[in-house]
Design a protein around this ligand. Sequence first.
Ligand code: PMP
Length: 362
Amino acid sequence: MTQVYNFCAGPAMLPTAVMEQAQGEFRNWNDLNVSVMEVSHRSKDYIALANQAEQDLRDLLQIPDNYKVLFCQGGGRGQFAAVPLNLFGEKLEADYIITGQWAQSAAEEAKKHGKINQIDIRRETAQGQASLLESSEWPLNPNAAFVHYCPNETIEGLEISSIPDTGDVPLVADMSSTILSRPLDISQFGVVYAGAQKNIGPSGLALVIVRDDLIGKARQAIPSIFDYKVLAESDSMFNTPPTYSWYLAGLVFQWLKQQGGLSAMAEHNEAKAKLLYDYVDSSDFYQNKVDPQYRSWMNVPFQLVDESLNEQFLTESAAQGLLTLKGHRIVGGMRASIYNAMPKAGVEALVAFMDKFAKQHS
Ligand code: PMP
């Protein structure tokens, strides 16, 4: 097989070792002579897998005992609805911090269920770079049922790396594109959720980590499959879970442990991002328009100063095995998503290509 590096924002590349293991046991899992896809989620073998995956995730993130881990369906957007449906109790207002497209989409969904106070924290630096208002300055409502934010905006490549202090108001984070990229103090959050298709496994699955006291407040009309209480009481098996995605997520968690856990991932990810941003900043041919203190380690948008070369850049990079570099249509230009599974060699190959392309066209 030709060596390719897939920079897709999601579904994103998975670790090669995980894909090889899955391939090796595709039709004969656990010596059962059937695929893991073909066994009952109630079987002893599958339940052991499910428990192990949860335990590995708990170990990686050092999840405190007063938090439940739920393996849900419906991806990230499913949680855009599930969060307000579960967390609006007597209080029917919530703060939504707007940083970009995904935070905005979460707010739009939540508006169906209560009064949403949108706090747009997007700013520009004097140099015209996209920036954000410091979290200590956010005008939060002390009576909100919760504060929702998106620490990593996948499209704009903006990341808030320190955890905002929301006092007694539970903090809810959409970590779809940054979970497991580094250690995280879960105790600072009411709910952390993430669609799986970037740093966890195949799409469709969503992980939810929820503090015990926030479970059991859901509106009566909530669909049972979204009710955190129902899911917690059934070990996320109220209905048939996405068993294959759960299995692959479990393999990814084991792989992360073998890599040295989340501190090692943080080092790996910071180094990859630095390599790419440093190159872009050193070049007159490319640019990144995000304030350096809010640049994402996971999604790196960059533009060719001469946009007329975009198509040629995409064709030639793809021919070199550097795939899916086209930026999101809202932002334009290019975007390299460099999640946990992207090896440093992939970013090195990208920078080498970018440099060659720039020299040919300067
Ligand atoms: N939140 C963020 C930050 C995302 O990047 C995405 C998907 N790219 C979503 C939510 C939506 O996830 P899904 O497509 O699984 O619903």
